[in-house]
Design a protein around this ligand. Structure first.
Ligand code: AMP
Ligand code: ZN
Ligand code: FE
Ligand code: FE
Length: 278
């Protein structure tokens, strides 16, 4: 089956790209997209491992943007890596500044933490701050870290540096990538119905219809939107590695059983985007 949303240690996943690919092959995944937050750093290792295991890697990323002051994630598939490298470098630097700001806010609140090593290509996110809070003994679980401090309106939350969803979609399009609104029903800054036309206007090519957080009726609604707007459908478990804590939204790799038939249209769209731009 198909998995179009996964994370590695290059962002906030807990498996290295090689470990993730090996596990995906064991689980029966035939094509796996590596979609780390704001970085393409995991691709090479994933592709090298996948070649030995007869598994296809779909090169991707999950871009962090802001819409209506809230965090909005846009997936990009098959970007031209050369074109995207330098803008992404800025995004990762922005994430590092943000991590330091969140640490400063926590210290001010009386909860000092030790940040992980921020050198290198790794893109730090809130889960890293949650782990640091746990390590410092301020919280017992990641959930508690998010509930008390890190959720979107939490006291230690710092938004990404301003980079709108429209800018994100345009950047991906310029780089020949298929842009897909990730897990639309997680978004807290407005209704899907109201926002979708604006994203389509900006050049959005698809919607992540299948995601562990979507209810069956939400999934059906998204399928309908794809029909109405002529958008591609994608899906995946948003895998971040095995979970130690109980989480109702957790799905193991391949559990969503996303059909492989969704892949050829995605590939074709990426080729079409590149040919219209060159
Ligand atoms: P960031 O991109 O740094 O804002 O972090 C986003 C990541 O944090 C997501 O991919 C999730 O893994 C995690 N996350 C976001 N909100 C929550 C929440 N309320 N509870 C637990 N984890 C969350
Ligand atoms: Zn994540
Ligand atoms: Fe996301
Ligand atoms: Fe994700």
């Amino acid at each position: 089956m198909l998995e179009l949303h996964s994370h590695t240690t290059c962002s906030d996943g807990s498996l290295t790209p090689a470990e993730l690919v090996k596990f995906a092959a064991e689980k029966g995944v035939k094509a796996l997209a590596i979609t780390d937050h704001d970085t393409m750093a995991g691709w090479d290792e994933a592709i090298a491992t996948a070649t030995l295991l007869n598994l296809e890697i779909v090169p991707g990323l999950e871009l962090s943007t802001v819409y209506n002051g809230r965090s909005m994630h846009i997936l990009g598939f098959y970007p031209d890596a050369e074109k995207l490298r330098s803008p992404l470098q800025e995004r990762v630097e922005g994430r590092k500044r943000r991590a330091r700001e969140m640490a400063a806010k926590l210290a001010e609140l009386g909860y000092p933490i030790e940040l992980p090593d921020l050198s290198g290509l790794m893109a730090p996110g809130r889960p890293h701050i949650a782990s640091a809070l746990k390590k410092a003994g301020h919280v017992k679980s990641n959930r508690e870290a998010f509930d008390r401090f890190l959720k979107d309106d939490g006291p230690a939350y710092v938004p990404y540096e301003k980079f709108t969803a429209q800018e994100g979609i345009e950047l991906l399009t310029q780089c020949g990538a298929v842009s897909v609104w990730a897990h639309p029903y997680i978004f807290r800054g407005g209704t899907v119905e109201a926002i979708l036309p604006e994203l389509v206007e900006a050049g959005l090519t698809g919607i992540e219809v299948y995601h562990p957080t979507h209810s069956p009726s939400q999934t059906r609604k998204l399928e309908e939107y794809c029909q109405t707007y002529g958008l591609l459908m994608t899906g995946g478990s948003d895998y971040h590695g095995p979970r130690k804590e109980k989480n109702p939204d957790f799905r193991d790799l391949n559990d969503l059983a996303v059909p492989l038939t969704l892949l050829p249209p995605l590939r074709a769209a990426a080729i079409a985007l590149k040919s219209t731009r060159s």
